[in-house]
Design a protein around this ligand. Structure first.
Ligand SMILES: *[C@@H]1O[C@H](CO)[C@@H](O)[C@H](O)[C@H]1NC(C)=O
Ligand SMILES: *[C@@H]1O[C@H](CO)[C@@H](O)[C@H](O)[C@H]1NC(C)=O
Length: 311
């Protein structure tokens, strides 16, 4: 009796175990099927339809019967897969590089990638593609819209206060340059340099000549020799000091001797002109009729004599 009872009890216990185990297995199977339905199937290389590995896992070995789950492993540290898959490896997690001005906002998990954001004072307007953050602009004339993580600061244009200053400075520089140019022009003009050098004076006497205002009398024969009768006639006529009658008389009185005629013409002119400023007048007139070299010869003559007298 004892043995029978024990056997019956054993039998009951086994049935209970068996029933619960069957239900459990059934549930597992159902759950598996449901999970597989959620994640979908993939075709293995052997032609079986296998469930995909769930999020956060990667495939290790294909399933061995149609419609069942394959062998999957969780992603290792530093890698993730954020979708059901049949991949043999997980993706490496994104790193948020300080060199790229980024910090980690969300840690990487097996099921999700890390998320980076820009460090304070940096922005990135490339959206999901963002690889590097750029420093926010510093606004010279004040911030209109402040910098945030996804867009740079917008700056004010030049403020009204600064406008005058930024206009004044170039004006001051231009004024300074103009003053310098004027000063240079005045300096050159005073020093009579370059283009301010007066043209060879027709009326302005040269320094040496100014000093000489003395009797030309002793020079007259020599001067008339240098100039010749034709030049002297030109000078005399230009000056209109001698009437044509006087000129004619001198010509008539010395019909054959040109040098005598020259001398007398010059002498008559000199007497009429008077001693004061005669040399200067003569020189100016010679230059005026284009006989500059003759004028210089005369000056040399007088200058030499002057020097000889001094020494
Ligand atoms: C697996 O099941 C699919 C349909 O789900 C079927 O087309 C295929 O032939 C089956 N393969 C095997 C080996 O039973
Ligand atoms: C950043 O600023 C821009 C305008 O400059 C704005 O459109 C955007 O919504 C802002 N983003 C955040 C996260 O505040």
């Amino acid at each position: 009796m004892e043995g029978k009872r024990a056997l019956a009890l054993l039998c009951v216990l086994w049935s209970v175990f068996c029933v619960t185990e069957c239900v459990r297995r059934d549930g597992t199977r159902r759950r598996r099927r449901e999970t597989c339905a959620d994640d979908g199937l993939y075709s293995s290389s052997s032609g079986l339809q296998c469930c995909r590995c769930p999020i956060g896992h990667h495939l290790v070995r294909d399933c061995t019967s149609n419609g069942t789950a394959p062998e999957c492993d969780a992603c290792e540290r530093g890698s993730y897969l954020d979708h059901a898959n049949a991949l043999s490896k997980c993706e490496p997690c994104k790193t948020c590089g300080v060199n790229d001005n980024m910090i980690e906002e969300k840690r990487c998990t097996p099921a999700s990638n890390a998320m980076c954001r820009c460090m304070d004072g940096y922005y990135c307007d490339k959206g999901a593609e963002c690889k590097v953050c750029y420093p926010c602009s510093t606004c010279e004339f004040g911030i209109k819209v402040p910098c945030n993580l996804t867009s740079d600061a917008q700056c004010h244009e030049q403020g009204p206060n600064t406008t005058t200053a930024s206009i004044k400075i170039p004006i001051l520089i231009i004024a300074f340059i103009i003053i310098i140019i004027i000063a240079a022009v005045v300096y050159l003009w005073k020093k009579k340099l370059f283009c301010f050098k007066p043209p060879e004076p027709l009326k302005t006497p040269e320094p040496l000549d100014l000093l000489i205002d003395k009797d030309l009398g002793e020079f007259l024969p020599k001067i008339s020799e240098i100039l010749g009768v034709r030049v002297i006639l030109q000078v005399v006529r230009q000056q209109r000091l001698l009437s044509e009658g006087v000129i004619d008389n001198i010509t008539v009185e010395n019909p054959h001797d040109a040098s005598e005629r020259a001398y007398h013409l010059l002498k008559a002119w000199y007497e009429k002109h008077g001693k004061t400023g005669a040399y200067r007048t003569l020189r100016e007139n010679l230059i005026a009729i284009g006989k500059r070299s003759k004028a210089d010869e005369v000056r040399e003559l007088i200058g030499e004599r002057e020097n000889n007298n001094v020494t």
